[in-house]
Design a protein around this ligand. Structure first.
Ligand code: AKG
Ligand code: FE2
Length: 437
């Protein structure tokens, strides 16, 4: 016999369940298909349904729906082929003999998805060494003044770069009170330069870099910046005071080239920094490799004609002018958005992934179109060109336990990598590059 207490409880429970199911169906009826997909992948309990996630490394083992959507294509040139004279930014495959983890990728294949004309996926063409070099660039060289970062709003960052300071502390190169250094809050510091080294020391450090032209423009930029401070969000005294090693994990983005003004979602046209040459050269190879690519998106249209997508963007016109480096910790995500601040929406947007695997969602011009989901692994390149350039996309989930062995802190014979590997143990880095004009 059911006690009155249990009866009472079960009635309450019934009501609660009724309410929950009503609110669930309300949520589902008011939520866009894009939002529903995001919720699936963000969910911890129950775990997401990964059934229809495209794994470009295992199309043969995928379900029939995926098999029917994905088409393998050949790139116009082998990636890196064009810079035979220069150092190959994708890395030299001949060096890979000892690497058990890395299966030498063909540098000429790519994939497209029939329902997504303009989206191109290139499976990792990088050697582990080349990936490590780019990751180092992202942390050591790009995440520093004068590139803007999310941390600039609230913190007075060291001019040598947060990473370099973090590295010096880990290596025990700072002593006394400096070794317990915390990053000051902007809200409390009026004299920006007083906390760190003198400006002259920093200038000397920059002069040692190989590129005098960069230095010249950098100096120009600094002078301009000192004159006009734009309305950025106000610094808050409510954010935590942290050490460099704690703060480095709060780094979310930096901008390259034309600096981006997030409050108005426009580029600072007067804040143009020189674009890093190695990243420029990578993207130039990618743009050349997809030049003129043509593929069948539908077997027939209403007039019984085959329907093709042709990438007719002239690679000679490619100018990488702006970029974003996104630094994700395992719990981070990016909601559905369209990158439409560029005046030139014809040029492709090239995107590189490093570190942990993520789920990437890409849909159509509105959130009403259900997105497709795919895995982006370390080294993978995704390209949005043509009609796909205005599609909603996002990263709802970074997948734990997916860091390739060759990026782990103690892998191989490279003590310098240890500190980078430690950072990558909980991170994914994405570099995406756009042409603005
Ligand atoms: O992290 C990614 O793969 C995508 C990032 C992105 O969409 C963006 O920065 O606009
Ligand atoms: Fe984006």
């Amino acid at each position: 016999m059911v006690s009155s207490k249990t009866q009472h409880k079960s009635k309450r429970q019934q009501k609660l369940e009724q309410k929950q199911s009503l609110s669930k169906s309300f949520i589902h009826s008011t939520q866009t298909p894009f939002r529903v997909a995001e919720r699936n992948f963000k969910s911890r309990l129950p775990p997401p349904n990964f059934d229809n996630v495209i794994d470009f490394y295992n199309i043969d083992g995928s379900n029939d729906e995926i098999k029917s959507k994905v088409v393998k294509i050949e790139l116009k040139i082998e990636l890196g082929e064009d810079d035979a004279e220069k150092e190959n930014m994708f890395g030299d495959c001949n060096e890979l003999k000892g690497e058990k983890e890395f299966v030498k990728g063909e540098r000429r294949i790519a994939y497209i998805v029939k329902d997504l004309p303009g989206f191109i996926f290139i499976p990792n063409p990088f050697t582990p060494k080349a990936q490590k070099n780019i990751i180092k660039r992202c942390l050591r060289d790009f995440a520093r003044y004068p590139n803007k970062s999310n941390l600039d709003t609230h913190y007075v960052l060291p001019k040598e770069g947060l990473w370099n300071l973090h590295e010096r502390i880990i290596n025990g190169e700072l002593n006394g009170s400096n070794s317990r250094c915390v990053i000051p809050l902007k809200a409390f510091v009026t004299e920006r330069e007083s906390f760190y080294e003198k400006e002259s020391d920093i200038k000397q450090e920059i002069t040692q870099k190989e590129c005098p032209q960069e230095l010249l423009i950098e100096k120009d930029y600094r002078e301009k910046e000192e004159k006009e401070e734009k309305a950025e969000p106000l610094p808050s005294s409510g954010v935590p005071i942290l050490s460099p090693s704690q703060l480095i994990k709060k780094l979310r983005w930096i901008t390259l080239g034309y600096q981006y003004h997030w409050p108005t979602k426009t580029y600072h046209l007067d804040k143009r920094l020189p674009f890093p040459r190695d990243i420029e050269s990578l993207t130039t190879s990618v743009v050349k490799s997809i030049n003129g690519i043509k593929f069948c998106t539908k077997e027939t249209n209403e007039d019984n004609e085959k329907q093709y997508f042709v990438n007719d963007y002239d690679h000679e016109k490619w100018k990488p002018e702006a970029g974003v480096v996104n630094y994700y910790q395992l719990k981070d995500n990016i909601m559905a958005h369209v990158d439409k601040s560029e005046i030139n929406m014809e040029a492709p947007l090239i995107s590189f992934s490093f570190g942990h695997t993520c789920i990437f969602l890409i849909g159509g011009p509105t959130r009403e179109i259900a997105p497709i989901a795919l895995y982006l692994r370390s080294g993978d390149i995704s390209i949005m060109c043509g009609p796909c350039r205005t599609n909603f996309h996002g990263v709802p989930r970074i997948l734990e336990g997916t860091l390739p062995k060759y990026l782990e802190p103690n892998y191989g014979d490279d003590p310098e990598w240890k500190i980078y590997g430690d950072f990558m143990s909980s991170s994914r880095i994405n570099v995406n590059v756009r042409q603005v004009f």
